[in-house]
Design a protein around this ligand. Sequence first.
Ligand code: CDP
Ligand code: MG
Length: 736
Amino acid sequence: EEQLWQEAQTNKATIVKKKHKKDEQDYELVFDDKIDFVMQGTRKGHDRRGDRAKSASRRRTSTKEKEEAKPEAPQSTPQETEHQKILAGRKRLPVYPYREELLAAVKDHRVLILVGETGSGKTTQIPQFLHEVGYSKLGKIGCTQPRRVAAMSVAARVAQEMNVTLGHEVGYAIRFETCTSPKTIIQYMTDGMLLREILTEPDLSGYSCIVIDEAHERTLSTDILLTLLKDIVRYRSDLKLIVSSATLDAEKFSTFFDNASIFMIPGRMFPVDIYYTKAPESDYVDASVVTVLQIHVSQPLDGDVLVFLTGQEEIEAAGEILTMRTRNLGSRIPELIICPIYANLPSEQQAKIFEKTPKGSRKVVLATNIAETSLTIDGIKYVIDTGFQKQKSFNAKYGMESLIVTPISQAAANQRAGRGGRTQPGKCFRLFTAWSFQNELEPNTIPEIARTNMGNVVLLLKSLGVNNLLHFDFMDRPPSDSLIRALEQLYALGALNDRGDLTKLGRRMAEFPLDPMLSKTVIVSEKLKCMSEILSMVAMLSLGAGVFYRPKDKALLADTARMNFARGGGGDHMSLYRCYHDWAQSNYSSIWCMENFVQLRTIRKARDIREQLEGLCERVEIDPAVSVDGEVEPPMKAITAGFFYNVARLGRSGEYQTVKQHKTVYIHPSSVMAKDEKPPTWVVYFELAFTTKEFMRQVAPIEPEWLVEFAPHYFQEIDVAETNKKKKYGKARSKR
Ligand code: CDP
Ligand code: MG
């Protein structure tokens, strides 16, 4: 049997190749742009039957397994109803033959690590199996997903399989949208939602089973859930925990759960040939469109195409170009059905990607990395991988967490390629070079906890009621000193009280993906009624220094333009605000930018960031439009409230000293305050940069009373008093 299977594959591959040659010419008759690919390597197929490392139970014989594992199930007949067809489909899933064995393992173990290829039926079937044998009588069966779309779409599918209305027996819960009822027995939800539930129900007593799905994604919420659940299962002996992962690195989960058993769902994977571009592509959206057309015209119609892009905008752009280009060709090429899938796609349209492709046409799914492991689309044979994804990352320098387009890891690229080999041998076209794969991609995706600001991790854990962070059992423990530093800073900012509990302020700060200093500034500015000023300022600060340019031959003009923003005071902070404000007033004009020596591309980024911040404010019911019409004092007070750590005082020697570490620092020459004849006694700075000396970048004058008013933990009257006794008492008091 094994041999036949192998042979069948090689035959198929050669047939495809022959056809490929002939059809390629056709493609050139139709289009004049083309990308050259080189085939380099194959993602090996495998037949993992019987290869069950540390299987929870081995009671069955391997022959019996093989027989039952055959994917062929009775073919559907025309008389069958739609629902019967769905049920027949369930039986064809790789997980189906292992139902009894899996349930026996669940019965015997409190914690089970489950590994199975994407598409084996883990997400849709396992909660149903658990329900069918009665766990739902003891409590709800919960299943977490890192992605909202996955939670919704999978719940819809399972409701359909169980022939119930979505939201009744089967429901989902994602932030701002709960579709459940008291009848709900199987509940899909985002990992973040289950975390929130633990807040109100620390032992999850409403649940009999919890499936932590897609654990390999290692989102921050999943990581924290795993730690909390490890504790919960210790005292809730009736709770069943299944940690499910699509990749083979399950050992790590097993070790974390005190060597929990691993259950492997044997899967089959056909080989996928990997093609790379010969040269780097400058525009991957455009390149992906060309590749889709190339495949569509030159490859047999027996397989659909899956394209990995990074987000809604790109997906819409690619969709439009594809529609335009194929429409003009009419019947000269077979029909191409374009299906987008991304997080904010309305659910009616989400269902479209799962519809069977009609004969004589081909489907192309334009997806974000949601299709990497969270959703399985049947019938995909060709994968086009741009090599990018949007990933949350924290820019430590500018204190911002944001979604940015980043290269994927080698592991993710291989996972993506695998989507093409589920039912037949496939092909994956990588829109980058083989060199780039080897040399530029990280081997593995870095867990989110390592990409998040530590202050925000602490805020999240505190908001979950975790008190002793130093003993929190992280899967990947952050360095203790970075945890301690974060705790100290949050205390000084007033996000934690002296018992280390979260304050009301801290709870609100936890809503912002900003460095705690920035989120405090934003929240304080609500009271000071200068939201609008602060949002512009924060967005501009996050860009760094690069927003102004200074050509050598026009240096004087550039400096004048720059100093223009400084009129009215408030140092660099208010200058940045005025710059943004004036640009917005000019209707975001590019001519305005030229006249004022402002980099259009950079300031546009500020606009993006500002819009994201507005959205966040609205979420916590802060009106982002409230403004003090450019008045200096309120926004500078807000900055002081967040940045009192970064304060320096002018000493007798004419040099500034930081109040925290008594470091001698200088105003950066690019600051609008660099040439002030009478430098202010107290300044706040955004960051320190060491070049030839320790320079403060983005500096503004402040009044010492503001320190006492907005950072009373940290400063007292005596600290800021201008007396000769300064030296004796003058040290800023550090915490506690
Ligand atoms: O979780 P895992 O990747 O192991 O598989 P799954 O998501 O349970 O998918 C099993 C099958 O259900 C696949 O063949 C999917 O195509 C199908 N499915 C579907 O038709 N509609 C959905 N919304 C989700 C899954
Ligand atoms: Mg799944």
